[in-house]
Design a protein around this ligand. Structure first.
Ligand SMILES: [Ca+2]
Length: 371
């Protein structure tokens, strides 16, 4: 069996068995336009740190993501932009200011942005993040001050200042990124990459099929996925496999210092919360997106067409991945439609489908503990 055939076979085993029609499509597709092998992204050569803007809605896992980013010399965090999601815009801004202050990095601009999603009411999740969004763990008042600029304007300004260099890492609803796009579509070719925590092509975490960040602003997500820039989606397909459990807590417990102490308390909150729901660990959603920005080889991606469902009664907010890159073509014939062939659809997202979970969790612990 050739490498290409093995890849096609593996892909069919993984995804195709769920839908009988998918197998038919796969056979057609293999004949007409076989897929390339799953891509394993490579580390870029060592060099200057990667300039990133992190758009965030802290959020317990956002907190861990922010601390991971600030403990990683591979990243040059140019700004934190704040979006409502896990908590309100006001609480998210306060949390970001407190977290960045905890890490001693008040030199980084922190800007508030949208106050609500583009086309629906805000849905917050204190139920899983605690009333203050940080597991009800209080931080010292911040030494940092908020930047006066509107987050989407700050994003636009920084992208123009560093054309081709900035990677956007949205780890909340995509409202701020969509507003920046709407205000200045000219930023699209100037962005190096967009690494999104959100979505899923296999399961949901707020409905049967929708992931929270996409569900909280599907219209924004639609705009971001179809903007034409390079998008990598780090969704539940991989984050649900990076579970931080009791054994990781034990390792974290050995660390000392203010940042580590806060991380211990947040992770303990999350692990115990997960246990209440019968899970052995807590998924590291947002930290994994930061990890992928630092080292893309933590995940394996597949390039595919990704659409966001904005109208479905049961599926609003679902990210719909087309594994075969085509749809059937139907044309009118009398009083019916008749299939006359297939039409290719262009891939627009690199979807993470495999993850080296333990390697990532060890990496996270090394960065937070310092050993
Ligand atoms: Ca988040």
């Amino acid at each position: 069996m050739s490498a290409r055939s093995r890849t096609a076979e593996r892909s069919r085993r993984q995804f195709g068995s769920r839908v009988a029609r998918g197998a038919v499509f796969a056979a057609l597709f293999a004949l007409l336009c076989p897929p390339g092998p799953a891509a394993v992204a490579q580390n870029e050569p060592e060099g200057a740190p990667l300039p990133v803007i992190i758009d965030t809605d802290p959020g317990t896992d956002d907190a861990m993501a922010i601390l991971l980013a600030l403990a990683s010399p591979e990243l040059d965090v140019k700004a934190f932009t704040v979006v409502p999601g896990n908590v309100t815009a006001e609480q998210a801004l306060e949390n970001t200011l407190n977290l960045v202050s905890l890490a001693g990095r008040c030199d980084i601009p922190i800007a508030g942005g949208a106050q609500r999603p583009l086309a629906q009411r805000l849905i917050t999740a204190e139920f899983v993040h605690g009333e203050n969004g940080l597991g009800d763990i209080e931080l010292e008042p911040s030494s940092c001050s908020a930047d006066g600029r509107f987050a989407p304007d700050l994003i636009i300004e920084m992208i123009h200042r560093m054309p081709g260099e900035i990677t956007l890492v949205p780890i909340g609803p995509l409202t701020n990124i969509a507003l920046a796009l709407h205000k200045d579509p000219g930023i699209v070719p100037l962005v190096k990459e967009v690494v999104i925590m959100g979505g899923s092509i296999t399961e949901g975490n707020v409905t049967a099929v929708a992931e929270a960040n996409i569900y909280n602003d599907p219209e924004a997500a639609h705009a971001v996925f179809h903007a034409g820039w390079k998008v990598t989606m780090v969704g539940l397909d991989v984050t649900h496999r990076t579970n931080f459990g009791a054994e990781h807590l034990e390792r974290l417990a050995l660390a000392e210092g203010e940042v580590a102490d806060f991380a211990k308390r947040v992770m303990r909150f999350l692990v115990y919360l997960a246990a209440e729901f019968g899970a052995e660990g807590t998924p590291m959603h947002d930290p994994l997106a930061i990890g992928v920005a630092i080292d893309p080889s933590f995940v394996t991606t597949r390039h595919m067409r990704l659409d966001v469902e904005t109208r479905g009664e049961f599926t609003r907010g679902q990210t719909v991945g087309n594994r075969y890159s085509f749809v059937e073509r139907n044309e009118p014939e009398g009083d019916r439609l008749k299939m006359t062939g297939i039409d290719r659809v262009e891939p627009n997202a690199h979807v993470a489908v495999e993850v080296e979970a333990e390697r990532f969790l060890s990496f996270f612990l090394e960065r937070i503990t310092g050993f």
